[in-house]
Design a protein around this ligand. Structure first.
Ligand code: AMP
Length: 215
């Protein structure tokens, strides 16, 4: 049976990093709705322009638009064995629409990454990304990219426009209000596991892999 791993947790919990590791280990594609929206914004499409304004405020794009994006993405051939959802669903309505769309054809496993708020703010406001190869850095981590250049390709390191501290606070508030109920949604359907999201990325991945392989 097809399987989907759903990574839940506040912005900054490490969903993207862990989704990439899951993709590498299990060969299931990472579907990051944030990356899809940022790519649309970069291309300058109508959807991208609309989404960029919403993302810059730290708010959520409409459930219907997100569902259309997901429906199209999971129909691509690389999702034949399953997929990893990173940043979706973010509202209970999205979770319900996903259930309706999949209609029991995919075994879902939700993993909730837990982290305290001060660590999240530090991770997000310190996050920098290479504009060329998309590698992630953090100014608070070591080795820190002090010269503003990517150590892998020499590209310029930039801050995501929604990683400024004021927008980060809004994103965390939106998460509390709109996305935490999604955690309850999966909890009550008993396919949810909580994982400590603090520590080194490889160590966190070992915890996640243990959960994935227990199924
Ligand atoms: P992320 O990269 O997952 O932090 O997402 C960045 C931004 O994209 C979010 O703050 C939202 O504005 C938007 N976004 C991403 N995924 C969703 C979603 N499932 N529902 C609504 N908005 C989303």
């Amino acid at each position: 049976m097809k399987r989907a791993v759903i990574l839940l947790g506040p912005p900054g919990a490490g969903k993207g990093t862990q989704a990439k590791k899951l993709e590498a280990k299990y060969g299931l594609p990472q579907i990051s709705t944030g990356d899809i929206l940022r790519e649309e914004a970069r291309k300058g499409s109508e959807l991208g322009k609309k989404a960029q304004a919403i993302m810059d405020r730290g708010e959520l794009v409409s459930d219907q638009i997100m569902m259309d994006i997901i429906r199209e993405r999971v129909a691509l051939p690389d999702c034949a064995r399953g997929f990893i959802l990173d940043g979706f669903p973010r509202t209970v309505r999205q979770a319900e629409m996903l259930d309706r769309m999949l209609n029991g054809s995919v075994r879902l496993q939700a993993i909730h990454l837990l982290l305290d708020e001060e660590t999240l703010v530090r991770r997000l406001s310190g996050r920098r990304q290479c504009a060329r190869c998309a590698r992630l850095y953090n100014v608070y981590a070591s080795p820190s990219p002090s010269d503003g250049r990517c150590q892998a390709c020499g590209g310029t390191l930039v801050q995501r426009s929604d990683d400024r501290e004021d927008v980060v606070r809004t994103r965390l508030e939106v998460h509390r209000r709109q996305t935490e109920p999604v955690i309850q949604y999966y909890q009550s359907r008993s396919h949810l596991k909580h994982v400590d999201g603090d520590g080194d990325a490889d160590e966190i991945f070992r915890r996640i892999a243990a959960v994935v392989e227990a199924v």
